[in-house]
Design a protein. Structure first.
Length: 66
């Protein structure tokens, strides 16, 4: 396990409490990632991408959101 994750549960006395902390922690991370992808999708512009590249980028962002 990564040291960064261990810092969150170092003094926890039950596996259930450790699990609950991880659920909360990863839930917040997932919400932040989701918000990031949604913002990127809302602000995407074709600019110098080809239509194909633009479509692939949009499709990739949509896949990450789902």
């Amino acid at each position: 396990m990564d040291e960064d994750l261990l810092e969150h549960i170092g003094d926890i006395d039950t596996p259930k409490r450790a699990w609950d902390i991880f659920v909360e922690l990863f839930s917040r991370m997932n919400n932040a990632q989701l918000q990031h992808y949604e913002n990127e999708l809302m602000n995407i512009k074709q600019e110098d991408m080809t239509i194909s590249q633009y479509f692939v980028k949009i499709k990739s962002l949509c896949r990450e959101i789902t």
